[in-house]
Write a protein that binds this ligand. Structure first.
Ligand SMILES: C[S@@+](CC[C@H](N)C(=O)[O-])C[C@H]1O[C@@H](n2cnc3c(N)ncnc32)[C@H](O)[C@@H]1O
Length: 215
């Protein structure tokens, strides 16, 4: 979405419904996404980190402020950021919760060691945002992204008791194939490093991709 579009459906999704759905044992997406961020933080211990589409701060509990001293969490939903801020008091003075639409948000150039984006490129235009991500990274900085594979069995929004209240997202959710994403990222000078598949409890699959800015 950009500023000229009508309001994002994400602004209509209550945080409780969002988390009840994503964290439902049969869906398991919150748990899987938190695990992806934890593994990256433990391996790389980046000094500076940006999380695009950070929602209510899932995974931020793994940030060690003695290693990662500058964090930006960006999201379009102000209620999610308020919850994230309350939940992650240990990051006060370290994290900036930035309200904004990824279509128009600006961050300082050559600043971040790592940029992470979990299940957000299903809702935003990768080709518009990837070139900006490349400029926000320092040389050698890493970019990690989690994409969702379409499921033949399940719809765009998985099944859970709260799923009905998230159905509106199905109207804007667009899967992007990992191969197409890699092409778009490489066109933005983000060099592909590796991919890993994660299977969810309901048999949906996520793809974790990593890139580096070399120049
Ligand atoms: C599936 S959730 C992300 C999950 C989260 N990254 C995690 O790891 O648990 C998608 C998030 O992207 C945010 N979002 C959707 N469109 C956006 C946009 N155009 N700009 C900024 N944030 C957006 C939503 O508000 C939501 O919090």
């Amino acid at each position: 979405m950009d500023d000229s579009d009508e309001k994002s459906p994400w602004l209509t999704i209550d945080a409780k419904d969002y988390e009840a759905h994503m964290g439902h044992p049969s869906v398991g997406q919150l748990q899987a996404l938190s695990g992806v961020l934890r593994a990256i933080l433990e391996r790389d211990r980046p000094s500076s980190l940006t999380v695009l589409g950070c929602a209510t701060g899932n995974g931020f509990e793994h940030i060690d402020p003695s290693a990662t001293t500058k964090v930006v969490g960006v999201d379009i939903n102000p209620d999610y950021l308020t919850i994230a801020n309350k939940r992650h008091e240990h990051l006060q003075g370290v994290v900036t919760w930035m309200l904004g639409d990824l279509g128009s948000v600006e961050l300082p150039q050559r600043t971040f060691d790592h940029i992470h984006a979990g299940l957000i490129f299903e809702y935003v235009d990768a080709s518009a945002i990837l070139p900006k991500i490349a400029t926000w990274l320092v040389r050698g900085g890493r970019f990690s992204v989690v994409l969702q594979h379409p499921s033949e069995k399940l719809g765009a929004v998985s099944t859970s008791p709260a799923a009905e209240r998230l159905k509106v997202l199905g109207l804007i959710l667009r899967h992007i194939a990992p191969s197409r994403f890699i092409q778009a990222a490489q066109a933005s000078r983000l060099h592909w490093l590796n991919s890993e598949r994660v299977e969810l409890p309901d048999s949906k699959k996520l793809e974790v991709l990593e890139f580096v800015r070399k120049d």
